[in-house]
Every structure is written in C-alpha cells, then in structure tokens.
Design a protein around this ligand. Structure first.
Ligand code: TRP
Ligand code: MN
Length: 451
C-alpha cells in the first residue's frame, strides 16, 4: 500500500491482466480524452448506493446485481438495453414482493467491457492470437489485426456507457418502471408457461395491493416510489488507466470517486493485496465489490476487509462468493465466521455462475440452471447456519431468448446450445431462466427460514 493514496498511486504496483497496448502515445491520448470528458455518474449517487448497501449489510435489504458477462459494441441498441432492464425489473419485483424487503438493483451495465483471461494467447487453427480482452480492448474476431489492443476503443467504451446510462435513467424515471406496468413487462412471455403464469399471478396481487392502498386513501399517483426505481451501474474495474481517467474529486466532500460507475468490483484474478487494483480502489469512495473463490482463506478475507474498508462502513464492501455448487457451504462458513467475529460489516452475495462453468459435448462453454440453484441454496444454508444475512445474488443474464445455459423452465438441452448462442464471453441466463431463478431464490430463502 502506498503511504499516500492518489488516483495514480497504483502505478507503482504490479497490475495483473492489463492489455499490451502497442502504441503508448495513442493510449495516452485516449486516456487524456476520457479524463477531459464529464463524469458518467455523480458522487452523490454513489453515496446513495452506499447507504442502500448499508441496509443490505444490516440484513434489511437484498442486492440484485445482474447483467451481461461482457457488453458488446456490436449489440448496442435501445431494444437490447430495454430488454435487459426489463428482466432485472421483473426479477426485482418478484424478490421485493416475496422477500418483503427492499431490493437494491445494480446492473452489470454501462461499462462492463473488460475481461480478464487465463492466457494471453489463444491458439486458433495454427496461429497464436492475442486473447480477446473485451470490447474496450480489442475485437473478438479471430485475426491478428482484430486482436491488437486499440486505445480508440477506450473512448468508444466511454461513449457507449454514456448513452446506455442515459437510456437507463430515462427508462427508470420516465414511466417504464412504474409498478402499474408489471403486467406489460411480460408481454412476450407465453403466459401458459409455468414461470409466466406465476408471474401473472404475482402481478395481479400487486394490482390488488395498489387498489387496496388507493381505497385506504393513499394517493398512489403522487407517490414517486411506486413509479420510479433506482438502477445503479457497476463493472469490473480491470483496466485501471480508464478508471483513473474517470476518477474525480467530489466538490461537496473533497473525496475521490471513480465516476465510471456507481459500484466497482475486483475480480478473482486481480485481488492481490499488494497489487495495483486494490491500491487504486481503496482510495475511491464508491461502494466496492470483490470476488471470492474457494481458495480464499479467512485470513485473506480479513486482510481484504482491512485494506478496502478499514473504517468498517456498512455497505462499503460487498464480497461476491463464487465457490461452486458443491463447495459453497463448507468453503463459505469459515469466511462468514471470520468477518463476523472481527466485526466487519460485509455485504455477502452469491455469484452462482462463474464456478459452475463447463464445456458441453459440442464444445460450447455452458452452465446448468440446476447447479446455479444448488449454489444459491448452499449459500443460503451457510448463512443460515452462521446467523448471517444472505445479502443477494450476482447473475449473468440477458433479456434475449438465447440458448447459452442448460436447463430451466424450457429445459434447454446441450443439443440446443447452437440455436442461439450469442454471448461474447460467458454463457448467460435468458429472460425466462432469470425470472424462474428469482422465484427459486425467494423460495430458497423462505424454506431456509431466513425471511
Ligand atoms: N421504487 C420501489 C423499488 O424500487 C418500487 C418499485 C417501482 C419497483 N417500480 C419497480 C420495484 C419495479 C421493482 C421493480 O423497490
Ligand atoms: Mn463472466
């Protein structure tokens, strides 16, 4: 750790997973350009999210963090953004109604462009090509020219994030998220399907509850909480140069905020205690996340908490466990005990996706809906056993009707994976699988007796 933090103090630490930008001057130009642009989010918004996450840490709210594995420059349209938001809102409404606590909504969106890779090169045919590192770095097209890191993409990522955020703000404050529209979000669902029917039923109950409130004399028209939502943005803070370029000093408090998103997280591969990512993020006031795999020890978790949240601010640090369906219960319990005994106010959420990935017989990377549910069930049990609050889930999803994950309501089989496999990175739950999952999570929480 540097004695004094500054937005550039990370530069004297080792940074894992950074691209090999071939043209240093072009990189400098791009970063300077982004540094001169307006912030994408405001410090006050990051502080509101911090407060909401504080309620999660205290066991009084639930965090839904969801979106693409990696956003794409090629799939950038109003429809794409709206469909993703729609699924998130549907999941949120199911969880809010079933759990009876506020659901904090955070998208993996408007900036989720950078991907860590296990290997810098990828063998395609008889050529070794630089790995695809996300659209902010290079193109997935398997040619040498397309894989060369291109700093202009940094500026394009900023611009796409800005328009995405603009549309999100319009949708969430402009009527799309209105609770009187819960039925409309489901238009495309075949209502005869199981999760579609359950959703319709729940939407009817919400209608009745709203009528009840009006009958009691509550002015539902002028109650903005019923018509608007806060959807926050988040991404993995991987390319630290980009994050630094968007780091600004808040004029109200004097504190530094990474204004590329409301919340930033550190991946499993870049969470070295003496590394550049932790050095950079410890100095910004945003809520932070860190992925925690099955190899993490209780000692590591405590050091991480000390490094990123020394003041023990509830909501400041979210630990996102990704253990694997069969390991989660045993791996998580010692970590929960350690944090609790040390008095660290951690928001614990479950990423049931990343440790349950495998290759299907046809060669596609996939995940099974049942493994995803099993991991969440183990996560909830571990928390119940340690008297800790299972604070939320972290999911990769899309609104589209893709066939990337197996199982779920439609029981997608491995022979169907090729039908609509569109992800630029990891396999995502489709709209119906996501909605189904929201119902399952609510059920799991209820059967475990945590709500
Ligand atoms: N504003 C409340 C909330 O965010 C209620 C709400 C309005 C809502 N529209 C929603 C909840 C859509 C979930 C989905 O919780
Ligand atoms: Mn992923």
């Amino acid at each position: 750790m540097a004695r004094t933090w500054s937005p550039s103090s990370w530069q004297s630490f080792e940074a894992q997973q950074q691209p090999d930008w071939p043209d240093e001057a072009a990189l400098e130009r791009a970063l300077k350009q982004v540094a001169s642009y307006p912030p994408l989010v405001f410090a006050g918004e990051a502080r509101s999210l911090l407060t909401s996450l504080g309620h999660v840490a205290a066991g009084n709210a639930f965090l839904l963090q969801a979106g693409d594995c990696a956003e794409s420059f090629d799939e950038f349209s109003a429809v794409n953004i709206r469909e993703k938001l729609r699924v998130i809102l549907q999941m949120a409404v199911v969880l809010t109604y079933s759990l009876g606590v506020p659901v904090v909504k955070v998208g993996r969106i408007a900036g989720q462009f950078a991907k860590p890779r296990s290997s810098s090169f990828e063998r395609i045919g008889n050529e070794d090509l630089p790995s695809f590192r996300g659209h902010i770095v290079n193109s997935p097209t398997p040619t040498m020219a397309a894989r060369v890191p291109d700093p202009d993409r940094i500026v394009q990522a900023y611009n796409q994030s800005a328009s995405t955020l603009n549309l999100l703000r319009a949708f969430t404050k402009g009527g799309f998220a209105d609770l009187t529209r819960v039925h409309q979000w489901t238009q495309e669902f075949i209502t005869s399907s199981n999760e579609g029917e359950r959703y319709e039923q729940l939407a009817n109950e919400i209608d009745r509850a709203l009528r009840f409130m009006r009958a009691c004399g509550i002015d539902t028209e002028s109650t903005s909480a019923l018509h608007e939502v806060d959807v926050y943005t988040s991404h993995e803070a991987l390319i630290i140069g980009y994050e630094q370029a968007l780091t600004r000093q808040d004029s109200l408090t004097g504190g530094w905020y990474d204004c590329s998103a409301h919340m930033l997280w550190i991946g499993e591969r870049t969470r070295q205690l003496d590394g550049a990512h932790i050095e950079f993020l410890r100095g910004v006031g945003n809520p932070l996340g860190c992925k925690i795999g099955p190899e993490a020890s209780p000692e590591f978790v405590l050091e991480l908490c000390e490094a990123l949240n020394p003041a023990r601010i509830p909501g400041r640090l979210t630990l996102i466990s990704r253990m694997g369906a069969n390991k989660v219960e045993d791996s998580l319990r010692p970590l929960l005990r350690a944090a609790r005994d040390a008095g660290h106010p951690v928001v614990w959420i479950c990423d049931p996706m990343h440790a349950n990935t495998f290759t299907a017989p046809g060669g596609r990377k996939t995940r099974h809906f049942d493994d995803i549910c099993t991991e969440i069930a183990g996560f909830v049990r571990a928390h119940h056993a340690e008297q800790s609050w299972p604070g939320g889930i972290h999911i990769e999803l899309t609104g589209d009707n893709v066939t990337e994950c197996l199982g779920g309501a439609d029981d997608i089989l491995d022979t169907q994976l090729d039908d609509r496999y569109e992800t630029v990175c990891d396999p995502r739950l489709n709209g119906r699988q996501s909605l189904d999952l929201a119902f399952r999570v609510a059920e799991l929480m209820r059967t475990a007796g945590v709500v």
